[in-house]
Design a binder for this molecule. Sequence first.
Ligand code: FAD
Length: 599
Amino acid sequence: MLNYKAPQRDVAFVMDELLGFFEHYEKLGFADATPDMVQAILQEGGKFAENILAPLNAVGDTEGCSWNDGVVTTPTGFKEAYQQYVEGGWPAMSQPLEYDGQGLPYSLSSVLSEWFSGANHAWAMYPGLSQGCIETILAHGSDSQRQRFLPHLIAGRWTGTMCLTESHCGSDLGLLKTKAEPQPDGAYAITGTKIFISAGDHDLSDNIVHVVLARLPDAPAGTKGISLFIVPKYNVSDSGEITTPNTLSCGSLEHKMGIKGSATCVMNFDGARGYLIGEPNRGLNCMFTFMNAARVGVGLEGLAATEAAFQGAISYARDRLQMRSLKGPVNKDKPADPIIVHPDVRRMLLTQKAIREGGRALAMYCTQQIDLTLYSEDADIKAAAEAKLALLTPIVKAFLTETAQECTSYGMQVYGGHGFIKEWGMEQLARDTRICTMYEGTTGIQAIDLLARKIIGSQGELLRQFVNEIRAFCETQNAARRFSVWTDALMQHLDEWRQLAQGVAEKAQTNPDEIGAASVEFLMYSGYVCLAYFWLRIAVTAKDKLEAQSGDSDFYKAKLHTAEFYFERLLPRTRSLAASVKAGAASLMALPEELFHLD
Ligand SMILES: Cc1cc2nc3c(=O)[nH]c(=O)nc-3n(C[C@H](O)[C@H](O)[C@H](O)COP(=O)(O)OP(=O)(O)OC[C@H]3O[C@@H](n4cnc5c(N)ncnc54)[C@H](O)[C@@H]3O)c2cc1C
């Protein structure tokens, strides 16, 4: 079984040494988020992930959730773990003080989200969905809605869901049919069926607060006619007490490939009592306010799976003895050498390591930007962070979840046939993380968002601003004559990145399919360039530390070696991605639909 360890040292490196998180917290007025306090929180959070959640990971996979006459039961131990999570005050960590939260920064709780997901993806879904529900009510709920629902959600006594998907609509929410009929007392009767609802029903909390997308009777068709409602499992009095059961139920559980301990529910709303959040017909706009955080959150799930797969693979590769090194025996007193001597095994391990550490820097850079959008009082800083996040969110979401597929697959491959066997936990990781490229917007949808909405939609401005930041960093390194091969490579990519976007935009003027034809490869290209930027920054920091002889030299040397691997072996993947982007739509669209399959 996988023995998950929270990556404390790497997170400390990114927070303290790479991205200056403590200065960032100080500037934002988080007096409590001192290095000592943060370290203490991360120590405790790490223990919770390692000792409470990780041991339940395989149990959740084996038992799954069960449904009995509308009542859902989670796997053995999930409820007790959730209780400990609540008693530890974890749900309240980054929530506002006025609703009994602890007022700590969002980015800090997102470190724990990564670890909890790495230890037990299925369990971490429950608090993850509550987060989306809390953020929606915080941003768009009325005062009385906040008073009624938030203290319970923030304390973790109640959990939340996000009910968007219906059987005929997932990516295209404009098609949704669930109805909301106004009632004489100002409430609404919600009727319809939602599918794939994570945490739709379970036995972890006293109440479940559903945030539901539905249509008012006179709503315009499409996305402009969607409204947002709070629909609790149990009705709630004005003072926030649970009263009668609402008319909604879990009709069944989906049987699925992974995250089996997470209840994925078909939810039937039969005239259930609901309350409008925000303005009528503005439901989708409301959802956009926390979309960045939710999508970065799924990127963190991908990162978490890569981390866990790497941890398993590295420990196995050190122990497993098979064949001799090509250079001759390394372990002369043993019958064979550990497989970590073989270049191909190292290729897999270093790919995982490079994605894990570069990906963490990128993801935490994004959570730092989310902090700025949430807490900065400087309008310019806020706007700059929003612009950066707009560009980076689809990249983090899709790139870190797509690379997680490769990295969890390598997790299995390093174990050889044992990777395919359940007991080692590697195949579970690959199954569990497979959903991450699909929910919260598929890779295809993220890619269109990046290229069409964010880049072409801003006439290239969002990309230009971020490219300028990277170029300025490269120029500083060039002036200091450091890492010139890597900075040159990165700067060439910056030019090419913009040219590729420009090329697609021009072709799309006469053929709109050009955007969809280029978008996923363009997104992956963007991901590799972003990681190159962070690997260059990591290398600069590591070199500074080594030159300052500040100790821990092996850690920094490993960073430099991994940076070298990244620039020599992973960044060149952009060559084939750029070629595909340039190839255009013709070869994709030429084959008539009826010729796709001929018997
Ligand atoms: C385990 C699990 C948990 C989930 N949890 C929740 C939840 O809690 N709440 C919730 O509301 N939903 C949830 N979902 C639903 C999830 O968000 C949707 O499945 C997802 O948004 C995709 O929608 P779809 O399945 O209808 O696929 P479709 O939208 O039918 O897409 C099918 C394929 O077509 C592609 N495609 C569609 N349109 C385009 C386009 N314009 N351009 C290019 N490609 C396109 C997609 O990329 C995809 O490859 C969950 C799903 C699963 C499996």
